[in-house]
Structures are given as C-alpha cells and as structure tokens.
Design a protein around this ligand. Structure first.
Ligand code: 6OG
Length: 157
C-alpha cells in the first residue's frame, strides 16, 4: 500500500561473520522473550543508520564498522490498537568490542544454517534467508498479536 504511513520507525541489525550470525534473546520491549537481531526505535532527529548504531551499542556494547541497509519491513496489526511499525534492516560483518549481555539483550552466535526461526517473529523465515543471500527486499506483514496473518515480499532476484 503506497500511502501506508507507520506510527513507529525502528531498526534491526544482523552481524554475519565466519558462517555465524549474531542474535539476541530480547529481554524487554516489543517482542520480549523472542530471538531477534539487536535494534530498536528511532529517537527524534535520528536517521536509520544513527539509530541502529546507537541501539547496537546500547544493547550489546559493540560498535558496528560496516553497516549496510538491506531492506524495509512494514508491520501492521489487525487489532488496530498496536502501533504500525516500519523497520529498516541492516547487515554488517565487522565491529569492535565484545558482545555483552545488558538489561535489554542476551547475545549469542548461531550458525547461519541453524537459525532458530521457531523462537523468532513469524515474519523472519520469509525474508532473512533472502537477505543472507545478499538480496535487498521490502515486505508488508499483518499480525494479530504474535500470529502472522498475511504478507507480501519483494526481494531482488
Ligand atoms: P524496541 O521495543 O526494542 O523496538 N520488531 C520486529 N522484528 C521482527 N522481525 N518482526 C516483528 O513482527 C517485529 N516487531 C518489532 C523492531 C522494537 C524492536 O522489535 C523489532 C525493533 O528492533 C511484528 O525499542
């Protein structure tokens, strides 16, 4: 939908290094208890890149060196009381510091061929494999609570 405008702007970061991906168990906020990448909501005046670098620093105490924006995820919720979210998704291969547990997130490395999709938001299995193949993408998802109702995805060939 071309005229769709989100209530919340957010970001996600996936660091991939030596066949492994850096994921978190999210301890609070939207999706607490789920596995995801680090990330979060924009602060006023921030760009997507500034937001994702700040969020990764706050959540894991590392500084990303080569962030690349790969795609955009748009989430709407059927109940209408949860705000609609547009999420800019980044990848990187290089960072400084050591991924450290914080009150927001518990980091862990996972083989890229063993991503625990059953512990993640239901949309991730549809776009994360394409992104890991280097494809750019945009997708729209409708959720009812935790349950994905429908989606459309455009990814590069
Ligand atoms: P904070 O509460 O941490 O910002 N997020 C989602 N990620 C996926 N993969 N699927 C969803 O399906 C999501 N809804 C939200 C975006 C929220 C964080 O949670 C992500 C942000 O990184 C509905 O400030």
């Amino acid at each position: 939908p071309a005229q769709w405008t989100p209530d919340i702007l957010a970001t996600l970061m996936f660091v991939v290094q030596k066949g492994r991906i850096l994921l978190i168990r999210k301890k609070r906020g939207i999706g607490a208890g789920k596995v995801n990448g680090p990330g979060g909501k924009f602060e006023p005046g921030e760009t997507a890149l500034q937001c994702v670098l700040r969020e990764v620093r706050e959540e894991l105490h590392i500084d990303i060196e080569d962030a690349r924006e790969m795609g955009v995820l748009n989430f709407s919720f059927a109940c209408g009381t949860i705000p609609e979210i547009r999420c800019h998704v980044f990848m990187a291969t290089s960072f400084t510091g050591t991924p450290t547990e914080t009150p927001e997130a518990e980091p862990f490395w996972c083989p890229v061929d063993g991503i625990p999709y059953d512990l993640m938001w239901q949309d991730d299995r549809f776009w994360l494999p394409a992104m890991l193949d280097g494809k750019r993408f945009e997708a729209f998802f409708t959720f009812e609570g935790d349950r994905m109702l429908e989606f459309s995805l455009k990814a590069e060939d």
